[in-house]
Design a protein. Sequence first.
Length: 286
Amino acid sequence: MSEHQQHQDDVDLGWFFRNMPNMFGHKSKKKMPVAKPTAIAKSITLELKDLILGKKVEIDIDCDAACLQCLGVGKVFVATEPCSSCGGTGMFTRNEPGIQMRMTCAQCQGSGKGQNPCEPCSGNGTRKVKQPLKINIPPGFPLGSQLRQQIDPGLVLLVNVDTVLPPDTEIYEEGRVVRTIRLTYPQLILGTTITTPLLEGGTTNIKIPPRIDLGQLIRLKGKGLVKSPMGSIKDRTDLFLLIELMSVDLTTTTPTLNNEFIDKETVLLEQLDALYNSVITQPSST
């Protein structure tokens, strides 16, 4: 085998191509390596109205975060001192069989500057953060979403927002909100006016028509969730009221009142049953 062939076999071609951008005296434009900001996760629980209207929340932060001086690297460049690896040139020469290459210094990233341990963090790259922090939940915040907030260059806060739904309220696909309304039998037959709370707070009066069917939905237009993430609170889905029959709980009453209620209810139901039978059995006038 010729000497030229032997040298060709000794060359690390993989290393050659990996380092091609930094070869032939081309200085890298990279600056000092910067670590990613420290990310900490917190969870908060809000009411549904807080997602609709928005809310300011205070969170206590107690964690180790990336140092603001060195951004987690643990060392800083010193302009007055040359790099100990390349002597301040920012480059070094590597000899391979049959080829000589000038490479960017890995220690100073081509700057030629020396590096000292970061004083604020003593070279650890971290700092202690312990403080209350106010965050802003914007109006129309999407249900089940995570809020990301940059605290400073070295710290990112990730807030998982859990939501407590109002009683008897369910949320379905496309932001459809259904609240169950329970009415007594007389209210179903005779009709009534009820006061129901709204998702954003406050109440509204709803007129229930006579002889309404069980399972019927009453639509309150524009009283549901904000349609688009961070959108206008004026552009909302609908709130639906689902009509169900209320069951009377007699376990909380005294035996005397319990028996009195049952006796009167029985008499009224018997009278109602007789009325139904008279209408059903009465022959048609045609």
